[in-house]
Every structure is written in C-alpha cells, then in structure tokens.
Design a protein around this ligand. Structure first.
Ligand code: RTP
Ligand code: MG
Length: 143
C-alpha cells in the first residue's frame, strides 16, 4: 500500500446540483482525506490547458465549454492508493456504465456532464496538483 495524492474536481453540473457535501462524504467513507481545496470559476484558458491532452478529440470544445459553465470545486485527496480509490468511487466515465453506488451512477447525467474528474496516474496526479495548488497550499496533517 502506498499513500498517494490525487486531484479531484467536482464539475459544474454537480456544483449546480448542490451535492458537494454528498460527494465529500463518499471520499471520506473511502478513506480519502482532503488536504487542499478551492472553489473556482475556470477561465477558457485554464480549461483548455487542463484538458490539453484531449485537444484532438471530437468532444474537446464541448468539454471546455462545460468545464467553464459554472464554478468547480477542486481538491487534493490523500490516502492509500488514492488515485485508484478515487476513480473507483467516481465510477466509469459514462454514468450509464458506472457501477451502482458510485458518484457518477448517482449524480451524473451523461458522459459529457459526469459530475467529477480524477487524476488517472501518478504522473498526471503530480502535474494536476501543480496546475491548481502551490506546495504551501497542500496541508500536511499534524494529527
Ligand atoms: P476525467 O478525466 O474527467 O476524470 O474523466 P475520465 O478520465 O473518466 O475520462 P477521459 O477519457 O479523461 O475524458 C475526459 C472527459 O471528457 C469527456 N468525454 N466525453 N463524449 C465522449 O465520448 C467523451 N469522452 C470523454 C468526459 O466528460 C470525461 O470525463
Ligand atoms: Mg481523464
């Protein structure tokens, strides 16, 4: 087992549904701790840069406009195998295929508006954490 950190984003659809607390509850019940968090309105430039890996994909423009359609809640989650664990509680990208009891099964409407983002590997987690937070904003636990 390895203690990891990962980026989680509660996307504009879930913020609009007022389920930030219910989603945090899923993280906590999975043993994931919030070690940094901020609510923000992504700019067009930020959303484009964050999803640059998908820029050649047909859904890129829609994804960028969705991610800038309202505020998002961005957090760093810490825990044992946090990257995989977060993706497990998120469920499949397409909520129609997401396992029962996952965040996307319960709160997402479609593959385009799917409630949450989670980093997919240690390298992308590290890059995404740097994208949103300074080292000083990552709060080490003292107890
Ligand atoms: P995310 O990055 O948001 O955590 O989601 P993911 O890893 O499960 O999915 P990814 O392949 O990285 O795609 C990023 C986001 O793009 C949208 N998408 N739409 N219409 C489509 O076929 C399609 N495929 C992906 C989704 O909103 C997905 O979360
Ligand atoms: Mg992804």
């Amino acid at each position: 087992m390895m203690t990891e950190r990962t980026i989680s984003i509660i996307k504009p659809d879930a913020v609009a549904k007022n389920v930030i607390g219910q989603i945090y509850d899923r993280f906590e019940k999975a043993g994931l701790r919030v070690v940094a968090a901020k609510m923000m309105q992504l700019s067009d430039e930020q959303a484009k840069a964050f999803y640059a890996v998908h820029q050649a994909r047909p859904f890129y423009n829609d994804l960028v406009s969705f991610m800038t359609s309202g505020p998002v809640m961005v957090q760093v989650l810490e825990g044992e195998n946090a990257i995989a664990k977060n993706r497990e509680v998120m469920g499949a990208t397409n909520p129609a295929e997401a396992a029962p009891g996952t965040i996307r099964a319960d709160f997402a409407a479609s593959i385009d508006e799917n409630a949450v983002h989670g980093s997919d590997a240690p390298e992308t987690a590290a890059e995404e954490i740097k994208f949103f937070f300074t080292d000083a904003e990552l709060c080490a636990r003292k107890r």
